[in-house]
Design a protein around this ligand. Structure first.
Ligand code: SAM
Length: 402
């Protein structure tokens, strides 16, 4: 169900203790007009401008009190905010739900392109997780062990001495004591989930839309199938989509008619973008060998992954333009490598191109390279060349003796 209303009115009409979990992503007190267009040119806006911080906090407190009333005794609330007002909101949450019912401060972190702002780039938002009582529903999610975990950490029982120092447990005969079967590492409160990219299937064009993946995690840890999830500031309906995909019931509220319309459309065909980054991990984006990385580092390059023609860009621009670097691959002739670099470098309007030759072959003499391309031998090739010159100068025998 999706309701179009101020959530305070809608919440007041709801039955007490009827909801298992509430997620809210309200205006953050950015003092901005939030505005975005979708791919068909439809505009979505909502206001995050306030007379004062006090008026914003009053608005939030009233709604949080109503949310507490509709939550079941074993229910949970997740309040999404950012550093515009998170420090004030946490105090209000303590007052409304009780300090002792604070469970976690979840950090949603993501990579951001650098901007020109002076200072640190904002790379996270905060989700305050509270429960209505101490008797709350929680489903642990387990993650895979990190690559630094060794087999003993997975299999062996550990004990703590009187100083709290942990060590592996052995029985009286000195044999290792096996731990109970483990399911992995319980999920932490820092969640790295990519922001929706402009081409993501689930992207609607609604400002501040959150990823379904983020809501799925929240719903999974705090509810079971058939439970009821409420989002009183549902926007484009991300929470409702995640709830539907996971077999939970849902109630969404938003005062913006275009948001409610959008929710209806999204719920007809709920979609989630599979994040390649989450599925296969960051390592699958790395296409360079250790040797290539060392070489690019020596040349002073920023490494470029997943590009056929360019492996690195020099940190220093020449003639106000980037300089592209490519390392010849084992299977490439010098001409093939030069063509790939030329094509990619021209596209990126590079002033110079640097091709690092890694092997010598008979056809190299005929290779045609443009005037702005510098072909240099890799250190291994230079050394090999120097040694074979020495061998021919002094004869193989003396070279071997040296
Ligand atoms: C940050 S957005 C929510 C975005 C949403 N989580 C998503 O993924 O699309 C906040 C929403 O709160 C709505 N809103 C603002 N004041 C409201 C109020 N008093 N009652 C209900 N909705 C309100 C806005 O229209 C906006 O859609």
């Amino acid at each position: 169900m999706v309701i179009r209303d101020d959530c305070l009115n809608a919440l007041k009409k709801m039955e007490g203790e009827s909801i298992d979990m509430v997620y809210l992503d309200p205006p953050f007190f950015t003092q901005k007009e939030q505005h975005l267009k979708d791919s068909d040119g439809r505009e979505y806006t909502f206001s995050d401008r306030w007379e004062s911080r006090e008026s914003y906090l009053r608005f939030m407190r009233l709604r949080l009190e109503e949310i507490k009333r509709v939550l079941k005794k074993n229910g949970s609330i997740f309040l999404h905010c950012d550093d515009s007002a998170s420090h004030y909101l946490r105090l209000i949450m303590d007052e409304v739900f009780g300090e002792n019912h604070f469970r976690s401060e979840i950090i949603w972190t993501y990579k951001r392109w650098s901007n020109s702002r002076k200072g640190l780039i904002p790379g996270h938002q905060t989700i305050f997780y509270y429960t209505k009582t101490a008797n709350f529903k929680f489903n642990t999610i387990y993650n895979a062990y990190s690559p630094t975990t060794n087999i003993d950490q997975i299999l062996q029982e550990r004990v703590r001495d009187t100083y709290g120092k942990a060590s592996y447990k052995y029985d009286d005969e000195g044999n290792v004591v096996l731990a109970r079967e483990k399911k992995g590492v319980p999920m932490s409160d820092v969640w790295e989930i990519p922001f929706l990219n402009p081409k993501a299937k689930e992207r609607t064009g609604y400002p501040t839309q959150k990823p379904v993946e983020l809501l799925e995690r929240i719903i999974r840890i705090s509810t079971d199938p058939g439970d009821c999830v409420l989002d009183p500031f549902c926007g484009s309906g991300t929470t409702l989509v995640a709830a539907k995909l996971l077999g939970r019931n849902y109630v969404g509220i938003d005062s913006n008619p275009s948001a409610v319309r959008l929710c209806g459309q999204r719920l007809e065909c709920p979609a989630k973008t599979e994040s390649r980054l989450l599925k296969v991990g960051i390592d699958s984006y790395k296409t360079k060998t250790e040797e290539e990385l060392a070489l690019l580092n020596t040349l002073g390059c920023d490494v470029v992954q997943r590009n056929k023609g360019i492996d690195g860009i020099l940190k220093t621009y020449y003639r106000n333009a980037p300089v592209a670097v490519k390392i010849q691959k084992k299977h490439e002739s010098l001409q093939e490598a030069a063509d790939l670099l030329c094509r990619a470098g021209n596209k990126k309007r590079c002033s110079f191109l640097v091709l690092v030759r890694t092997s010598r072959s008979a056809g190299d003499q005929e290779a045609a390279v443009p005037a702005n391309m510098i072909v240099m031998d890799s250190p291994e090739l230079l050394l090999e060349n120097e040694l074979s010159n020495q061998c021919s100068l002094y004869g193989v025998k003396s070279a071997q003796m040296l």
